[in-house]
Write a protein that binds this ligand. Structure first.
Ligand SMILES: Nc1nc2c(c(=O)[nH]1)N[C@H]1C(S)=C(S)[C@@H](COP(=O)(O)O)O[C@H]1N2
Ligand SMILES: [Mo]
Length: 309
């Protein structure tokens, strides 16, 4: 089965996932993938067919797959950059469910393979800027979070979404250390969550997400610092009030709820004016909203971004 391209993508832009690797391999479409995962075989390395969405992709050199999957922040598996790649093999990503609840007309529990098939997989090449001062360019596979939001029908009173990620000490050695208040929690304003750039993400480099990158499902919010992009989601709740976040609770002066990439607002302990693109030597200037200002600035018109950092 081949997934029909979304109507706004010209066929000339369709790029199969195999371009990433020289090896010839079998394509696994979403249908076959569901079958494989039913048999307990879905794992990192399983190909995920997708269609490049050029409207939401940047034309910049990709960060190597080795760096994307080897230099990570995923504190549930340790605080060193190479800890997640070394330790995350213990994460079991099947079976897996995502609970969607709170202020919605259709709360429910989504099996990961049903969630995978909810919409056509798109490939989007996004910049990711970590609050620590490094950045990457990553080809993700996913579809807009708004597809799921529409499916669950938020009530008029819903103003925020709260993300909760897995915290299981049996699978995640870092959870036994109290570096953060587990489970890892994040949140977005509802209009941010519904923005077409906000991606519910299942893969990278044309394959199911490696565990260290947040398998089996994470969110990617490219105009915000990386920590807003919560990994290994188990619950999405719709709320009326701004939800608490793990980093906000750990250090409220340093990590605000918005955490938009902003070269003009420094972290209290370091400048955010420049960044090191992983794989490059010289630093480059950090762009307002990580370079996505044209698409997202309107979300914050009239807001003082020094106060709402
Ligand atoms: N559950 C969870 N999600 C998380 C983190 C984490 O420690 N735990 N780290 C965040 C940070 S600080 C960054 S920069 C990105 C890194 O994503 P990547 O490793 O896939 O590049 O994941 C974010 N999501
Ligand atoms: Mo980060």
């Amino acid at each position: 089965m081949w997934i029909k391209p979304p109507a706004d993508i010209p066929p000339s832009e369709i790029t199969p996932a195999e371009i990433y690797r020289g090896r010839r391999r079998f394509m696994v479409t979403a249908g076959a993938l569901a079958l494989a995962s039913g048999l307990g075989q879905a794992r990192a390395g399983t190909l995920l067919s997708s269609l490049r969405n050029p409207t939401y992709s940047v034309d910049e050199e990709l960060t190597s797959r080795k760096d994307v999957t080897g230099y990570n922040n995923f504190y549930e598996f340790g605080t060193e950059k190479d800890d997640p790649a070394r330790n995350a093999h213990t994460l079991r990503t099947r079976p897996w469910t995502l609970r969607v609840d709170g202020l919605v007309r259709r709360p429910g529990t989504w099996d990961i393979d049903r969630l995978l098939r909810l919409a056509p997989m798109e490939e989007r090449i996004y910049r990711l800027r970590c609050v620590e001062g490094w950045s990457m360019v990553i080809p993700w596979q996913g579809y807009p979070l708004d597809v799921l939001i529409r499916a669950v029908e938020p009530l008029g009173s819903a103003r925020y979404v709260a993300f909760t990620t897995l915290a299981d000490a049996a699978q995640m050695p870092g959870v036994t250390r109290r570096v953060l208040d587990w489970p890892y929690r994040e949140g977005l304003r509802l209009d941010e969550a519904r923005h077409p750039l906000t991606l519910l993400t299942f893969g990278l480099y044309g394959e199911l997400l490696p565990n260290q990158n947040g398998a089996p499902v994470r969110v990617v919010v490219p105009w915000k610092y990386g920590f807003k992009s919560a990994k290994s989601l188990v619950r999405i709740s719709f709320t009326e009030r701004e939800p608490p976040t793990s980093w906000g609770r750990a250090a409220p002066r340093e990590y605000g709820f918005y955490s938009n990439v902003n070269p003009g607002v420094d972290h209290p302990r370091w400048s955010q004016a420049r960044e090191r693109r992983i794989g490059e030597f010289f630093k480059r200037p950090t762009l307002m909203f990580n370079g996505y200002a044209e698409q997202v600035a309107a979300l914050y018109s009239g807001m003082d971004l020094r106060r709402f950092y």
